[in-house]
Design a protein around this ligand. Structure first.
Ligand code: COI
Length: 404
């Protein structure tokens, strides 16, 4: 009898929770609409970097940003594109205290014929929505947000570098603006998207091999955590470990979970090797919650599976397996992949006092991935992954009076 009533109470609680979640979810994405977008153009466009300016990643911002506010009570307010500038949020906003924030990294590319493309942006929208859900932030209509981002890119198109080693980096972000120190789901939030021209992610330039420190005393993600979300909280704490890596002459960290290899710096990890069975294999850690489901990662796997030239595996492997293979000359290439850095070869791993050297053979596989991917991204190869911005934006979208 008692058992039955506890069970039905729990069932009731579960149903109530589901009802509550369904009503929040329904509310949070039903009302984000591209057709509501208002555009307030700047009166003071800033000078764009010249062709020979060295672009430092993330330093320069384009003229406009997209902003939309959300409350639990009223859902999404109308999205607007406004001049780039400071955000007004209360010092008690819970993003500032508990890091309730998620973001995305995507790019727009200028093609030879002058058109503008983004690369698989639907994937970024999906991942942003999943990250937002995990951080108790509101979700949104993915197609509608993407159209608003396309409009922003279109408006700031003069900021897209006209060369095929640079692009416009796009940073959609959602933060909790809940003015409360209570550790609770936010009742208010803000979504904003800023953009800026970027060249190579590392100051050493594109495709310069990087060295890694594998220090088992630092862990980036763990089971049940948020390692598979693009949340600021996954990146801030890594800077300390990265400083130690740099003090030991390495440029990035190799992230381990126990002995398993997980990520490299802010990138997914790939190794091309001859495995214990003598097979050539491209191997990368699986999507088990410990790593970011990278869009570049997914694309490299799809390209390699399409080539069908070697085994392609998503499975766990340890640093010890890697070290043994390297000592036996079976590691052909190691590289990281990500939107910001694209494909970045690795030539050395420092683990405790051991140095694992990866022979620099020019990294032909990493180079082939880099070439194939960038050829698609810059429109030299037609591909279903490309999203042509120009065809997506509204031609008659009403512009609002200038703000500045
Ligand atoms: C990316 O590769 O897109 C990233 O978001 C890395 C970033 C944290 C700089």
């Amino acid at each position: 009898m008692v058992v039955t009533s506890i069970r039905s109470m729990l069932q009731l609680q579960k149903m109530n929770k589901m009802k509550c979640m369904m009503s929040i979810a329904a509310r949070s994405f039903s009302d984000f609409r591209y057709n509501d977008l208002k555009i307030h153009q700047t009166k003071m466009p800033r000078e764009k970097p010249s062709q020979d300016t060295k672009l430092v990643f993330g330093k320069q911002m384009a003229d406009h940003m997209l902003v939309a506010e959300w409350t639990l009570e009223n859902g999404w307010d109308i999205p607007s594109i406004v001049p780039f500038g400071p955000l007004a949020i209360p010092p008690s906003a819970s993003v500032l205290h508990y890091g309730i924030e998620v973001f995305e990294g995507m790019k727009a590319y200028r093609c030879d014929d002058g058109s503008i493309q983004m690369f698989r942006p639907e994937e970024n929208m999906k991942r942003l929505s999943k990250s937002a859900e995990r951080l108790s932030l509101p979700t949104f209509d993915k197609e509608e947000l993407l159209k608003c981002i396309a409009e922003l890119v279109h408006l700031d198109q003069d900021w897209i570098p006209d060369c095929d080693s640079s692009s416009l980096y796009i940073r959609p972000t959602i933060i909790s603006t809940e003015p409360s120190l209570g550790v609770k789901p936010p009742d208010s939030a803000m979504l904003f998207v800023i953009t800026g021209p970027v060249g190579a992610y590392y100051d050493t330039g594109s495709f310069q091999p990087i060295s890694l420190l594998a220090d088992p005393s630092f862990v980036r993600a763990w089971p049940g955590g948020i390692g598979d979300c693009k949340a600021g909280g996954n990146y801030g704490p890594t800077i300390y470990a990265q400083k130690l890596a740099q003090a030991r002459g390495c440029s990035q960290c190799l992230w381990l979970y126990k002995d398993q290899v997980t990520e490299v710096g802010t990138m997914n990890f790939f190794m091309f090797w001859v495995n214990e069975n003598g097979e050539q294999e491209l191997i990368t850690p699986p999507l088990n919650g410990l790593i970011l489901p990278g869009i570049t990662r997914k694309s490299l796997l799809e390209l390699a599976r399409g080539w069908d030239e070697f085994k392609v595996s998503e499975r766990d492997f340890t640093l010890q397996e890697l070290a043994k293979a390297a000592s036996e000359g079976r590691v052909m290439e190691i590289f990281g992949s990500g939107t910001a850095a694209v494909v970045s070869p690795v030539n050395k791993i420092l683990h405790l006092d051991d140095v694992i050297e990866i022979e620099n053979n020019g990294f032909p596989l990493a180079q082939r991935f880099f070439d194939e991917l960038t050829s698609i991204q810059y429109g030299n190869t037609e591909h279903k992954w490309n999203y042509v911005v120009d065809t997506k934006v509204g031609e008659t979208k009403q512009k609002q009076p200038n703000l500045q």
